[in-house]
Design a protein around this ligand. Structure first.
Ligand code: REL
Ligand code: ZN
Length: 412
């Protein structure tokens, strides 16, 4: 039993020390040099900040996109750090990245950050940043339909072992005409009709990519209108190609549901939004395919309670992270409390979704702070009820939430 005040210390220290597996990012290792993104200008031109700066500055989006990246960064700096106080989650994140590199952003400004962050990361720098964030390894988002990325895999580019692969299937499931054209081009005999033979070719393609990149899971994002089962290209590809290969290879499928792409196309990557989606397709998938494993996250706050309830019904569902617009102090706290209350410590507490290497610093700092508060409160209730909690219990739970639950699920 922890003495007065000791409990909070156990939790704070366990959460501070835990080595994180960041199970969904958009990062690449330095060896994938054309895709690797780091440095101050990229930190400043994160699409989260673009959307926020556009609310303040009077620049038409077309003019903004015509600027070079450093000029875009200057402009965003002016809007969010000169004209206003950086109170938003993403803007505060920039200040926290600066702090981790001992840059006094108020005094040294963007120039100070530019001097300390590396725009072309080496492995030493990538390791340094991951260590600053306490991140043991990250999972990438690997798109087999991306020309540039494909070349790296086809050349067998070596990579920093802290970067795991995940096969991202958005093009296959959300843009069949493009996928079909590219598959045909790469020597897979698929026609637009998707008959038995075509489906076998899609399965061959998936297996080839499993062999090539050794993903820890397959993933795709879907709109709020996602339905399953469904007599559509997406429904058939899922049932007849993706789920069978996931079963055969014992790989989870990560479903990221509820994104409404390009509600404001003039903002490009900053123009996506969210909407409440139905839980019925997840229920149907988990029930019909007990031998498949599903990592699941929803983008709307409104879906979170149903997801936790659904995870109580199906052990082959692993809820993960607080995605994108949910990754705020308020909502991570609310959602983590809700999940602990409904399914105990049997979920993946967070992923960073980092697009820029240095993002892991502030995203995990935030996740740790919220987890510390949430867990301390829950443990206190337990102890007040007479449960003889030990420091080892706390360390085990924290490790499960930040890393072990993910790996146990992948390896199950
Ligand atoms: O993986 C996704 O689909 C999303 O996380 C991204 O599309 C999104 O732009 C990302 O930056 C959000 O955090
Ligand atoms: Zn993402």
């Amino acid at each position: 039993m922890a003495a007065q005040g000791e409990l909070a210390t156990w939790v704070r220290e366990a959460v501070a020390a835990v080595r994180v597996t960041d199970m969904h990012t958009h990062l690449f290792p330095p060896s994938f040099s054309a895709l690797q993104v780091s440095g101050a200008d990229n930190v400043l031109t994160y699409h989260y900040l673009i959307a926020e700066a556009m609310r303040i500055g009077q620049m038409p989006p077309t003019e903004f996109w015509d600027l070079s990246t450093p000029l875009q960064a200057d402009w965003i700096w002016e809007q969010l750090f000169e004209k206003t106080t950086p109170l938003s989650e993403a803007a505060l994140g920039v200040v926290q990245i600066a702090q981790a590199f001992a840059v006094d952003l108020r005094r040294e400004k963007l120039a100070g950050l530019r001097a300390k962050l590396e725009a072309s990361a080496t492995d030493v720098y990538a390791d340094h940043v991951l260590d600053l964030a306490g991140v043991d390894s990250v999972v990438m988002t690997n798109d087999p339909f991306d020309e540039i990325e494909r070349r790296y895999w086809e050349q067998g580019t070596p990579r920093n072992p802290r970067f795991h692969a995940a096969l991202r299937l958005d093009v296959l499931l959300n843009d069949w005409p493009r996928a079909q054209a590219q598959l045909s081009h790469s020597g897979y005999h698929v026609g637009p009709e998707l008959g038995e033979v075509d489906m076998a070719e899609v399965r061959r393609f998936l297996k080839d990519w499993v062999a090539k990149i050794k993903p820890v899971y397959f993933a795709f994002s879907a709109p709020d209108t996602f339905a399953f089962p469904e007599d559509s290209v997406r429904g058939r590809l899922l049932a007849e190609a993706i789920l069978p290969i996931c079963r055969e290879q014992r790989l989870p499928l990560a479903l990221m549901i509820g994104v409404r792409r390009q509600v404001n196309p003039s903002l490009r990557s900053a123009g996506d939004s969210t909407a409440k989606a139905s839980m019925l397709p997840i229920e149907a998938l988990a029930r019909r395919y007990p031998d498949n494993k599903f990592l699941v996250t929803f983008l709307s706050r409104e879906d979170q309670h149903e997801l936790a309830v659904t995870a109580r019904k199906f052990g082959n569902i692993m809820p993960f992270g607080c995605w994108w617009f949910l990754n705020t102090e308020t909502l991570v706290s609310e959602i983590s409390n809700l999940r602990l209350e409904l399914i105990g410590p049997t979920f993946v507490i967070q992923h960073s979704d980092a697009r820029v290497l240095e993002h892991v610093i502030y995203k995990w700092r935030r996740a740790r702070k919220v987890a510390t508060d949430v867990l301390t409160h829950k443990y206190q209730l337990l102890q007040d009820a007479g449960w003889d909690l030990t420091r080892e219990d706390v360390e085990r739970d924290v490790k499960q939430l930040f890393s072990q639950n993910f790996w146990d699920f992948v390896k199950r």
